[in-house]
Write a new protein. Structure first.
Length: 245
């Protein structure tokens, strides 16, 4: 499979403090890649740099072409879409209006294209259709995450960047959201999933990277990472023997 996104020797600094030290990773089309690691490892910084929200040094290539000089808006137009950690919904607007705002980057395509995209979102998230006239601020945590995902899909992304989609959700809801994310493979979209919930992330991802203090400490297929004694002990809450608690 050909690579959709490639990062090579990516550096990001906040003033004199470097947060990412030469990170390299790749994402193939139609796959889910996860980045796990502790707080402060640089996971959200990585997503911000890919989206052009943070200045960076190094190579960022989409479909083999450098996007390092593109603005964040231009990167959205190229097929990147970020669902941030806080979801950034418009709480005083309806579910339907929040979804329609996701198609802003594709506003030239016309109403029929937007209507078809909206119906696809409602098909994938029937709970949102049932609440389409509700204010986004009145939704449950899981429903807000569904709305953030649905709004992002309205942009028809080629690569979806998800920052901590399980944050603040009950375990049962986390399983539902991660199951939805896994099924997004059907759309052909590639996903870069940043998660502190390493166990859940490795279950749905095809490949994983462990980010520690701004460096890639390990990388492998997700199943191999989940079996690794160090990953199991540090991130999965298991003893070195690999026996689940």
């Amino acid at each position: 499979m050909s690579k959709l996104l490639e990062l090579s020797d990516l550096h990001v600094a906040y003033g004199k403090v470097e947060a990412l030290h030469g990170v390299s990773l790749a994402i193939e089309r139609g796959t889910i890649v996860t980045v796990i690691g502790p707080n402060g490892a640089g996971k959200s910084t990585l997503l911000g740099a890919i989206m052009g929200l943070l200045p960076s040094r190094g190579e960022i290539r989409l479909d083999g072409q450098s996007i390092a000089r593109l603005t964040a808006e231009e990167r959205v137009g190229a097929g990147l879409c970020l669902v941030p950690e806080r979801r950034e919904l418009f709480a005083a607007m309806s579910v339907a209006d929040n979804i329609d705002l996701g198609a802003f980057a594709r506003r030239r395509e016309g109403r029929s294209a937007h209507a078809a995209a909206r119906e696809e979102v409602y098909r994938r998230f029937p709970r949102l259709e049932a609440r389409r006239q509700q204010y986004a601020g009145t939704l449950s945590g899981g429903e807000r995450q569904m709305l953030a995902l649905g709004r992002a899909l309205m942009a028809k992304p080629r690569l979806l960047l998800l920052d901590e989609p399980s944050l603040g959700l009950a375990p049962l809801v986390v399983r539902e959201i991660l199951s939805i994310i896994a099924r997004l493979r059907e759309t052909g979209v590639a996903i870069l999933l940043v998660e502190q919930n390493a166990h859940a992330a490795l279950q749905v991802a095809d490949y994983g990277y462990v980010l520690e203090t701004g460096d890639v400490a390990m990388e492998a297929e997700s199943a191999a990472l989940a079996r690794d004694p160090r990953v199991a002990a540090t991130y999965l809450g298991q003893r070195q023997s690999g026996v689940s608690p």
